[in-house]
Ligand binder design. Structure first.
Ligand code: 3PG
Length: 437
């Protein structure tokens, strides 16, 4: 059994559907981190995706606490979860949904303890808690004040946050050391989807890595070495970084990249030294010139202009091999889609893939937003398409890297207290019979 398949099997064993949550105060670590433009959420799919699991848990548990991150500290999308709460209230109109601006500590604990059966409490963006991203080993994270505080107020943790499992953040690795941790149905569905596209199928699997997170480059060697990727292209910020690493000026952007991402540039050079022939890089880029989008070859970007998307020749180059024997994974949009004209190449690629007959998997909230725009612009759905809201986690999965959150669940409290979990399993049958009678 491959390591990727072993993951799905491990998750299925912890499926909340098989356990009895009756009388338990449950903390569900979700990932409702959503795209933001001018402080407003632009896509709420990640929030809506967890609603069925909330509905499944709420009739049994002694109150449900939702914990999520939103954005990264210092970023424009680093905002409170208040808008997320509004969305949840619309989706679950009959459920009392409370919100606290605390993430942990006595105030958060009091709110959790006061929570009544059938009610939900949403804690503030967990990345506003200094412990969430604080450096530490998994054992140290288990002892951080945030972990101790939240664990003291809940009985059980449910992970429904596959999209964030590539992170070793405290709520994802510390909590499973001190509380039994199960896995939500939405996450298991996502993992099964990935497994169904995995290397054992006879289709070729191509990855297009874009978006605005340079650290995704670290998955490239694993994607190639594991044999998961038969083709691999870079666009978006990773694409720019590879081009800069090769010495292209990139107009006024080159200097900015050198200043902001020195480590990523070194990493890109190192990846290129081993995998140059396996990675398709952009050949043209778009800039805003006199208020209009214009496309230039990578060698001739005007020095005073800043590229913000890839061009049509790049879309053509990447999509050329795609045919019905291919599955294509798009991870992140190709340009700055919040800007005027910044979605042109991503929409162009979606159209090219639709025409090619390849199967398309789009990953992550921002890519989902682009797919929504495609539907609006073209007035039709993409054929042969499915999506997952995991972004970096999907790349991590296919590259064969360990997901820190999975190690934490399988090796943490669950491993040392298996009898406790078994007892919860055994209680399942009477509860189901009771609810039917
Ligand atoms: C995502 O959107 O990819 C996840 O929520 C993880 O977010 P992060 O890359 O900021 O950790």
């Amino acid at each position: 059994m491959s390591r990727r398949k072993a993951l799905v099997t491990a998750l299925e064993q912890l499926d909340t559907a098989n356990y009895d949550l009756t009388g338990k105060k449950v903390l569900m670590r979700v990932d409702i981190n959503s795209p933001v433009k001018d402080g407003i959420l632009t896509n709420t799919d990640k929030i809506k995706a967890i609603v069925p699991d909330i509905k499944g848990a709420i009739p049994y548990c002694e109150g449900l606490v939702l914990v999520s991150h939103q954005g990264r500290m210092g970023g424009k999308d680093f905002i409170s979860l208040e808008q997320h709460v509004d969305v949840l209230r619309k989706e679950l109109p009959t459920v009392k949904i409370k919100y606290t601006r605390f993430t942990s500590g006595p105030n958060a604990e009091r709110s959790i303890r006061e929570l009544q059966p059938g009610e939900i409490l949403v804690l503030e963006n967990i990345r506003m808690d200094e412990d969430e991203k604080r450096e530490g080993t998994i054992a140290e994270r288990a002892g951080f004040p945030m972990t101790r505080s939240l664990a003291s107020a809940v009985d059980i943790v449910v992970f429904n946050s596959f999209a964030a499992w590539q992170n070793d953040d405290t709520s994802l690795t510390g909590l499973p050391q001190v509380r039994p941790t199960l896995v939500g149905g939405y996450t298991i569905k996502e993992a099964r989807l990935l497994e169904s596209l995995d290397g054992e199928s006879d289709k070729k699997l191509s990855f297009i890595i874009g978006g605005g997170k340079p650290e995704k480059m670290k998955y490239i060697p694993g994607l190639i070495d594991s044999g998961a990727a038969t083709g691999l292209a870079v666009t978006g910020l990773p694409g720019d970084i590879f081009l800069r690493a090769e010495g292209y000026g990139l107009g006024s952007k080159g200097k900015i990249l050198s200043e902001r991402f020195p480590k990523a540039l070194i990493e890109a050079k190192s990846i290129l030294s081993s995998y140059r022939g396996r990675i398709t890089r952009p050949v043209d880029l778009a800039v805003m010139e006199n208020g209009e989008r214009a496309e230039y070859s990578i060698e001739s970007i005007p020095a005073n202009l800043e590229p913000y998307d890839v061009g049509a020749r790049t879309v053509e180059l990447i999509s050329k091999p795609f045919d019905p024997a291919h599955s294509v994974v798009i991870n992140g949009p190709f340009g700055e889609i919040e800007r005027y004209g910044g979605m042109v190449s991503t929409l162009g690629m979606l159209e090219a893939i639709a025409k090619s007959g390849a199967f398309l998997l789009t990953t992550g909230g921002h890519t989902k937003w682009a797919v929504d725009q495609f539907r609006k612009e073209y007035g039709r759905l993409l054929p042969l398409h499915t999506d997952t809201l995991g972004g970096g986690a999907v790349l991590s999965y296919y590259s064969g890297k360990d997901l820190p959150a999975v190690n934490a669940i399988t090796g943490g409290y669950n491993a040392t207290h298996s009898a406790e979990l078994e007892a919860m399993l055994r209680q399942k049958a009477p509860r189901v019979m009771k609810s039917k009678s």
